[in-house]
Design a protein around this ligand. Sequence first.
Ligand SMILES: Nc1ncnc2c1ncn2[C@@H]1O[C@H](COP(=O)(O)OP(=O)(O)O)[C@@H](O)[C@H]1O
Ligand SMILES: [Mg+2]
Length: 471
Amino acid sequence: MGKNDAVIQALRTALTVTPESAPLHKHLADLLMEDGAGAEAIAEYRRALSLAPEDDGLKLTLAEAYYRQSRADVALVILEELLHKPSPAAQVYLLAARAYLATGDGQTAADAYHHALRLDASLADADLAARLPAATPVTVKPESAVSGTVLDVASGGVPAADDVRVFVTAEESGGLPAVDIERPTVSFQNVGGMDKLKEEIRLKIIYPLVHPDIYKAYGKKMGGGILMYGPPGCGKTYLARATAGEVRAAFMAVGLHDVLDMYIGQSEQNLHAIFEAARRHAPCVLFFDEVDALGAKRSDMRYSSMRQVINQFLSEMDGVTTSNEGVLILAATNAPWHLDSALRRPGRFDRVIFVPPPDVPARAAILQLMLADKPTQSIDYGRLARETEGFSGADLCGIVDVAVEGKLRQAMQTGIPKPLTTDDLRAALKAARATTQEWFETARNYAIYANEGGTYDEVLDYLKVARKGKL
Ligand SMILES: Nc1ncnc2c1ncn2[C@@H]1O[C@H](COP(=O)(O)OP(=O)(O)O)[C@@H](O)[C@H]1O
Ligand SMILES: [Mg+2]
């Protein structure tokens, strides 16, 4: 006979009078559990749950009861439902860790356990930890640790062995569609022009990583990111990748449209998994493309749930639960005006930088870079640059491709390979079209009518200069 017998009896009587009371069923179940009557307790928890089907705390308790009855498999069915909701409690992860371990899935158990600790360090359980497999990272950690002050930024040549792509498994990323972790071999020297932007990235992102002590000494808070915006094809993604190459960090490019899931709650989980993967691979440049997806009016997602996604993004970015040390955040958008203003606050994307179409010297530099490994004959880069007003980097890339194809076709016909000339490129140029103009048609309106705080002054300046150039 259990010590709670008398109370249990009283509760049963009470329940004959008010059988619809979930709290009474739960109370009864708790007492039965204490007395070791697991099967009966489970029946009572289930009754309580049928009366209060939205009570997640109750579901966790029921899962625990099953687990203690050696039914980890059933417990996991409940826990996995809870894990798919927005921001599951630390206890859910902890119990999931135990249940996964009991079913023989040690790796997932370890992940869940570490997740629980990140949310609530006081849940540490030495016995459990000892039974979990040691974490086996999928990738090689970069040799240069973030804390060391001698990150060799200057030496350009990155060993070929670094150029590996690591696949984050769905399991490692918490059920996320797989994300590539790259080790870029391009660095700033492969980016034509963009000097101001490079300097901005050095100051805000690279130096704090390389010289954390100096930044701390000046009381400069780290964190936050740079948001780049501008017409497509002008090097936003390319520069982000080169930033990673510059500090020999890992690079994760995430298209936010892919992350945002129409199932409520899944987007938050996806975001969390992405930040977690970046933290595991620090130093890492985490690049969010299409950030305007956060705040754009999406027909397939209710606004209230978008709010939650944005909040999740902000708390990840602020490093609320875990430090973002060694995680450099860059983002890009073609439509900054759709972005939620909360993302612009200090410590977040407080630097919003316009990436204009390349100017004459930048276009010359880009063409030079693109032709560097091809056979050429005295190319007049200055002339080509002057004749490609409004062309994006991607447009220039297209011109080079077309010219190369023409040359190849000739070589196939004549059997004699000949170097590319200025005329070849000018011929390709005639057939091409600059694509940046369209973007400015839209941007102009925002820059004139929605230029709060002068956000789009750079666009206005660009448009003014462009107009002067035409007169
Ligand atoms: N400044 C640049 N220097 C060298 N290549 C560039 C530059 N800007 C653009 N490119 C080329 O154009 C391509 C498209 O640029 P991308 O970064 O994808 O544009 P965005 O992200 O702004 O739409 C790049 O892959 C790169 O080959
Ligand atoms: Mg891009």
